[in-house]
Design a protein around this ligand. Sequence first.
Ligand code: NI
Length: 139
Amino acid sequence: MAEVERFSVSMAPGLLKSFDAYRKRRGYRTRSEGIRDALRRELVEAEWQASGREVVGTVTLIYDHETRELTRVLTDIQHHHHGTVVCTTHVHLDGHNCLEVVVLKGPARQIQSIADRLIAARGVKHGRLVCTSTGKRLA
Ligand code: NI
């Protein structure tokens, strides 16, 4: 960290006690580290809620590649949104199951919509969108 500014925070003793227990469980050595990460999570969440902001999301999918039409459907959705899909990684987990991670960059609403369609495709066993940031607004 190049430069830091200090400020004091006031809070009820009960809240501080809960925060200290939380940050110790999570492995933060200091209150500052814990507060910085909590604040960044909040800022990323706010980016996702602000319409039009460019954000980044990763969609993780688990599916059986032998499910009829599924690989074609997943590929079609990604081609349709080629401007938003940054890349895709595919891992053949075993004889049947595949892991696919799709990295998306664009407006939050669009990423959420693409993720919903990928996850809802018939035959996807598990799917999850992780909402993150381009990092431009995070220090
Ligand atoms: Ni595969």
